[in-house]
Design a protein around this ligand. Structure first.
Ligand code: GAP
Length: 516
């Protein structure tokens, strides 16, 4: 099945099974804003706990905070967001649609690349086993022409971005005859910068309200609390401050479901180090973070690093961890060596000394910072899309059946076990409820007595419940139940008293955290 179709199915599944709903859906929704449903919020909370535990619980030198969304407006002057947190926009005068100029160019480049890929596919079919892709790419005339177009486009594009030339971005759109996807015309406005921060007012207007912003990243809440935490926690370098919270960006090209949202959540950790040691810690955090992802067992091949060649003005090294989403490899997390840019800027703007006194060297200095920054919603999407599977299974009578299963890592699954009485009588519901009464302190359990056992299994496969426990007549006699494993569909008869241990072995974060 094409990846596009899989993605459509994942999006539909997320709604049908209570993971994600469009915000304000009864009013036709709000673009690029989403709500998490009853199963979504459980999965989201489990991801947060996995991240938080791996940072704060596992590292004695990392502590957490929860800073406010509203911050003093000068924070955003210091961080550079007021002057430089913007996208280059262009409008099509015929369709009245607005686009990111850089995205239009990237999409055009992707179209040329698709032509090359098509030629390769055609040649593969034609030549079969004898096909030599490398040779083909370097000799086929059409491929070479298209590759030359891409190279030239790339050159101009990178130069335009490097020199912040909006005129050159427009000229590229004109020269490559890029058309509006809606009107099909080339009737473009000039390119101009558009700041992504949402503005609001603090206080009533007649009191002289202050212009403030919804934070576009959680990191600044950490920087402005650096001194508070360092002093009250008597923290010694290197140490880290972690935070999970909402961020807001007025994204112009907001699409691909929860991949790019206007209101989203970040999980960020700033690691403060002695200047000169930042690259060592940058490399360490790259390693640690990729292990955190791979420990989930969704497939090591789904992750790759993309090291930035063009660095932001404040960074001296940066990389993304990319994930193989159904729409291709895209950024999931950023790891940045941010130097002392942020703390120094806050020191200048606030007039307060933000330094660290090093007892060993008797010097004061502004620490350097390594940042790990991951979007919680993107992480959610990576798990949902990698876990979604449609399977054909053979039933006991030899006939075939279909099931949709979410193979979510058991530790993150919204519901850990469903307890199902075989029939709604003979004391079986009571016994099922008693099992839940004992296990609900440890695990998120669900009671389910409606429909046949087969249908109940399917319902729980579809939300990723790793265990279904069935209570039958034998259970009353010998205090045993059947436990069915989601991934293998194997069923074992076990003592009720053993359930807690069996389930805990699968769902405890310990197994994940030990791999990091
Ligand atoms: N403090 C650094 C920072 O905010 P970023 O690369 O702009 O860096 C970090 O964002 C992460 O936040 C991204 O890797 C992505 O996972 C997530 N993210 C950024 N913009 C997002 C959006 N509009 N919707 C969902 N997630 C987003």
């Amino acid at each position: 099945m094409a990846n596009e179709d899989i993605f459509k199915k994942v999006v539909a599944h997320a709604k049908e099974y209570g993971f994600i709903f469009q915000s304000s859906e009864i009013y036709d929704g709000l673009s690029a804003v989403y709500d998490y449903g009853q199963n979504g919020v459980e999965l989201k909370n489990n991801i947060k706990n996995y991240w938080w535990d791996s940072m704060v619980k596992m590292n004695e030198e990392i502590v957490g905070i929860d800073s406010a969304i509203f911050m003093h407006p000068t924070v955003w002057k210091a961080s550079g967001h007021l002057s430089a947190f913007s996208d280059p926009l262009i409008d099509n005068k015929d369709s009245q649609k607005r686009y990111r100029a850089d995205v239009l160019i990237e999409e055009h480049r992707a179209k040329i690349q698709a032509k090359i890929d098509k030629e390769v596919e055609k040649a593969k079919k034609r030549f079969g086993d004898a096909f030599n892709e490398h040779e083909f790419l370097y000799t086929n005339q059409r491929v070479l022409e298209n590759q030359a177009k891409i190279d030239e486009l790339n050159n101009r594009f990178i130069n335009a971005l490097d020199s912040d030339s909006l005129d050159e971005l427009k000229q590229i759109i004109v020269d490559y005859e890029i058309v509006c996807p809606v009107s099909g015309s080339r009737n473009w406005t000039d390119v101009r910068q558009f700041n992504l921060m949402f503005e609001t007012k603090l206080g009533s207007l007649n009191e002289g309200a202050n212009q403030i912003y919804l934070r576009p990243e959680t990191a600044q809440g950490i920087f402005v609390n650096y001194l508070n935490v360092q002093k009250t926690g008597r923290m010694k370098l290197p140490f880290g401050i972690a935070q999970i919270g909402k961020a807001f960006r007025n994204e112009i090209v907001a699409r691909q479901f929860i991949f790019r949202m206007r209101e989203f959540e970040q999980m960020e950790m700033q690691y403060f180090v002695k200047p000169g040691e930042e690259i060592k810690f940058y490399e360490q955090w790259k390693e640690t973070r990729i292990k955190w992802h791979k420990a989930l067992g969704l497939g090591d091949e789904k992750y790759r690093f993309h090291n930035h060649e063009k660095l932001a003005h404040y960074a001296n090294a940066a990389a993304d961890i990319e994930f193989d989403f159904p729409f291709g490899f895209k950024e999931l997390e950023g790891i940045h060596s941010r130097t002392d840019f942020d703390l120094k800027a806050h020191q200048t703007e606030s007039g307060k000394k933000i330094q660290y006194f090093d007892n060993e060297t008797n010097e004061s200095y502004v620490p350097y910072v390594i940042e790990t920054s991951i979007g919680l919603d993107r992480m959610f999407l990576s798990i949902l899309s990698a876990s979604f599977n449609e399977e054909t299974i053979e039933k006991e009578d030899g006939t075939k059946d279909q099931r949709v299963v979410l193979n979510i890592p058991p530790q993150l699954a919204p519901v850990k076990l469903a307890v199902l009485p075989l029939v709604k009588k003979d004391g079986l519901p009571e016994m099922a409820r008693e099992i839940i009464a004992n296990l609900k302190y440890n695990f998120n359990c669900q009671y389910d007595e409606k429909d046949s056992i087969g249908k109940r299994y399917r319902r729980h496969d579809a939300i990723g419940t790793p265990f279904c426990v069935t209570v039958d007549h034998q259970s009353i006699e010998d205090k045993t139940v059947t436990i069915r494993y989601r991934d293998t569909m194997q069923q074992d008869r076990v003592n009720i008293d053993d359930l807690e241990k069996i389930i805990d072995d699968f769902v405890n974060f310990k197994t994940l955290l030990k791999k990091i």
